[in-house]
Design a protein around this ligand. Structure first.
Ligand SMILES: *Cc1c(COP(=O)(O)O)cnc(C)c1O
Length: 370
């Protein structure tokens, strides 16, 4: 396999439009059929092939190119969606489980399961429920590192539980895309990413991805996506493709910076009296964390402060962290998490580290906390 830095720039060369070096922005929703009548295959006789361009709800140039690149980066077949949540929804209706085990994590995934529960009677259980409930074809969904804490769970442990019951392990690895973490290496059957975050990386596009190693399941997802209409728009896919060119540089720099900031906060906790807790994978001591996340933690961490008023005020004291939800962009963000998630402590602030200079960010946090 080629390195992800090279994949990010060359994986789509074979389907590139010549002689362009940078990908042109294609916006056409419809594509001409072959002009040779003998080559026309009527729908009744055709099998869906995303490389036969017909209509942009089925596939489009920019989506195909971004899938090629993302697939090589993440080591599987990539299927892109209009958002991370539409990717999660597609995965659930494809697998069609009777029971889903799921832990803490992104509130939107829980909201989708609430819809499946309401409409189809899907049963939702805690991540550590009795494995005996799991039947063949059920789903154990692990989000790791988990939102909003950036703390890592042992994927191998959950892979064993799921597979011992014939269930499927799906992993939301949005917080730690490659090369930080390779869920396939530790037993994931399907990986999901919100590509809005690190793959997009510039806070200007919404997209999601599923990664699979099974060609038949990939084809089935592509066919479902055509019916449901959750392919990303061509402009979004172009933005994503452009972002993937610099993905490896960004993710490694953001991770390195976040790990240094967490270390500074942890080392100086006695002086920073407003902080009561710091959550980040780099502070976990279990062996599986070092093994599964060899680069340190994800570029997101959380802190808890003495009281909710301090949590409400801290973002307004910072120069380089915008007070906003989301993560993964070049701009550092901080969020008083109570603004978007009702389930977490009102003393919690989630920090997404961008690409500013690490020392500038540390000084900004130090001054604001003082
Ligand atoms: C943002 C996010 C999602 C949802 O992705 P969207 O692109 O916003 O739909 C899912 N899981 C995690 C961990 C996320 O951070």
């Amino acid at each position: 396999m080629i390195d992800i830095a090279t994949a990010g720039i060359h994986a789509d060369d074979k389907i590139a439009v010549k002689p362009d070096i940078s990908a042109p922005i294609h916006v056409s929703t419809t594509f001409a059929y072959d002009n040779d009548p003998s080559k026309l295959v009527p729908a009744a006789e055709a099998t869906f092939n995303k490389h036969d361009m017909v209509y942009s709800r089925l596939s489009s140039t920019n989506v195909n190119r971004a899938e090629e690149v993302l697939g090589q980066i993440a080591g599987g077949n990539a299927v892109l969606y209009s958002s991370g949540l539409s990717a999660f929804h597609a995965m659930m209706i494809h697998l069609n489980p009777k029971n889903v085990f799921i832990g803490e994590g992104y509130h939107g995934c829980h909201a989708i399961l609430d819809i499946l529960k309401r409409n189809y009677g899907v049963k939702v259980h805690p991540l550590d429920a009795d494995p005996a409930i799991l039947q063949k074809g059920d789903v154990l969904h692990l989000e790791t590192p988990v939102n909003p804490y950036g703390v890592h769970f042992d994927i191998e442990k959950y892979a064993k539980i799921a597979h011992s019951r014939g269930a499927i392990l799906t992993v939301d690895a949005t917080f730690a895309p490659p090369p930080l973490f390779d869920p396939f290496a530790y037993g994931a059957d399907i990986i999901m990413y919100s590509a809005t975050k690190y793959f997009g990386g510039h806070s200007d596009l919404l997209s999601g991805a599923l990664l699979l190693r099974d060609d038949k399941a990939t084809q089935s997802l592509l066919v479902d996506r055509e019916s449901i209409g959750t392919i990303p728009g061509s402009l979004e896919a172009w933005l994503l493709l452009r972002s993937l060119r610099t993905f490896k540089l960004r993710i490694l720099a953001q991770t390195d910076s976040a790990t240094k900031i967490v270390k500074y906060l942890a080392d100086n906790k006695s002086k920073l009296s407003k902080i009561t807790k710091i959550h980040h994978a780099s502070l976990q001591s279990e062996d599986f964390v070092k093994k599964q996340l060899p680069h340190g933690g994800p570029p997101v961490f959380s802190i808890e402060v003495t009281d909710s008023q301090t949590a409400r005020e801290l973002p307004s004291k910072l120069k380089y962290f915008h007070h906003a939800t989301s993560l993964g962009g070049v701009e550092s963000l901080i969020e008083w998490r109570a603004m978007s998630d009702e389930t977490v402590s009102p003393q919690l602030l989630r920090v997404s580290v961008g690409l500013e200079d690490t020392d500038d960010l540390i000084e900004d946090l130090r001054a604001a906390l003082a």
